[in-house]
Design a protein around this ligand. Structure first.
Ligand code: SAM
Length: 294
């Protein structure tokens, strides 16, 4: 390429030297409360960007850009990046660190409160984030339940949370989060990330998880809400039998017995042994039961 047409060369932000320099230069003290652990390993940024499979026609929602370590990798893919950051101090800093990247918009706000359909222009998008760990599950569940046109989510989470997302019946980690993730997506752990890849280093190991949104759920469900009520009940009282846990739904003992019998499920089992298919079967029998009762 002729030298006068070459793009500007930016320093890699995801490095200990640059993160230290930026924090010092702008007097930024990282906030523990906001889950600020910045990536200082560019190879991790590259793996995340690769897992997101980005091209110039893609739109990306980044949650919590921080000082732009991951945002830089996303911007270099050519995709249109919308980055939502809660910390009011950061947009001005990002204007410096990401100067020259014309495909990035920074939106200051809480990702749980901003108007995502408007921000994403009512078009399909991918979610990519090194998530703030104090709020991982609410963010993930609200994205899944929003039914927005999300194509995939590539997220840095605590390793244990990633394991919960992929866990199945029989595992101690199997819970309501596993059911929600597996109902809406196909999850896969792509990388383990040690604490020293961040500044400051968190106390736990992290992992990058890739969740490809499904075109259709893996089980047929008449009423999604009821399916998730069954899932919630299944894990509500882990030491009790499932028949007992189902009482948390407000159903009478007799109704539970009738529903379990018709669904062909032994009420003496523990809720955490139920497969997605069995929860769907139960929810569908319950839906029919309610209709008959009405
Ligand atoms: N992406 C940067 C990186 O990888 O170096 C920073 C990641 S840091 C783990 C999480 C970021 O999320 C922080 O910048 C924090 O301020 C931001 N954050 C925390 N809560 C948020 C919320 N509710 N909405 C949007 N951003 C949030």
């Amino acid at each position: 390429m002729p030298i006068d047409q070459a793009k500007p060369i930016h320093p890699v932000i995801a490095s200990p030297e640059v993160v230290h320099y930026v924090c010092k230069r702008f007097g930024l003290h990282m906030s523990k409360k906001l889950g600020q652990n910045f990536l200082i390993r560019r190879s991790v940024v590259d793996t995340i960007v690769e897992a997101a499979d980005l091209s110039e026609t893609d739109q990306v929602l980044e949650i919590g850009p921080g000082i732009g370590t991951l945002t830089q990798g996303l911007a270099e893919s050519g995709a249109q990046v919308k980055a939502v950051e809660l910390d009011k101090r950061l947009p001005d800093i990002l204007a410096h660190t990401l100067d020259g990247y014309t495909n990035v918009d920074i939106i200051q706000g809480d990702v749980l409160k901003v108007n995502l359909p408007d921000i994403m222009g009512h078009k399909p998008f991918k979610v990519v984030a090194n998530l703030p760990y104090y709020i991982t599950t609410p963010i993930v569940l609200s994205l899944l339940e929003s039914h927005l046109p999300i194509e995939r989510m590539v997220m840095m989470v605590q390793r244990e949370v990633a394991e919960r997302m992929i866990a199945g019946p029989g595992s101690k980690l199997y819970g309501a989060l596993s059911v929600a993730i597996q109902y809406y997506t196909k999850p896969e752990i792509v990388l383990d990330v040690p604490p020293k890849a961040f500044l400051p280093a968190p106390e736990v190991t992290s992992a990058v998880i890739k969740c490809i949104l499904r075109d259709r759920p893996p089980v047929d469900v008449l009423e999604e809400k009821r399916f998730f009520r069954v899932a919630k009940a299944a894990f509500a009282q882990r030491r009790k039998t499932f028949a007992n846990s189902m009482r948390t739904t407000g159903l009478s003992k007799e109704a539970i017995a009738a529903i379990l019998e018709e669904a062909g499920i032994d009420g003496q089992r523990r809720g955490e042994t139920l497969l997605l298919e069995e929860m769907a079967q139960l929810a569908n029998v319950w839906t029919k039961y309610e209709k008959e009762e009405a």
